[in-house]
Design a protein around this ligand. Structure first.
Ligand code: MN
Length: 130
């Protein structure tokens, strides 16, 4: 079964690009265009990774991250902020809100997926390994 990514992003172009790149690496990608729908989908799907835009309509990414962190079901799911905010302190704001990592926009197709994988928990060693 392939790993599932939930992408919460209001920009259609970024949704398309990120979905395309992730699906090339074998991920099953689900998308939501805003925070409330993203939170609902997160609880339904319990994805392996959540990618979260910070600049979202109605409810910003910080509020979404805090809401996601209220859910016990999603406790082990990494939340990675994907944002063009490049101000000093934004990384800290993302981490304070409950994100595990931070990727800067614009999305770099050459490194996007490997950057995401850096923030995922290390898989347990396989039993067949010495
Ligand atoms: Mn946005």
């Amino acid at each position: 079964m392939s790993d599932t990514v939930l992408l919460i992003e209001d920009n259609e172009h970024n949704r398309y690009l990120a979905s395309f790149l992730l699906s090339q690496y074998g991920y099953e990608v689900h998308t939501a265009p805003d925070g409330p729908r993203g939170i609902q989908l997160a609880v339904e799907l319990c994805p392996d990774v959540i990618l979260l835009d910070i600049q979202l309509p109605t409810m910003d990414g910080y509020a979404v991250a805090r809401a996601l962190r209220q859910s016990e079901k999603l406790a082990g799911v990494p939340i990675i902020a994907v944002t063009s905010y490049a101000m000093v302190g934004d990384r800290e704001k993302c981490l304070e809100a409950g994100c595990d990592g931070y990727i800067e926009k614009p999305i770099d197709p050459a490194t996007f997926v490997t950057e995401i994988e850096r923030f995922r928990p290390v898989p347990p060693p396989s039993e067949t390994e010495p």
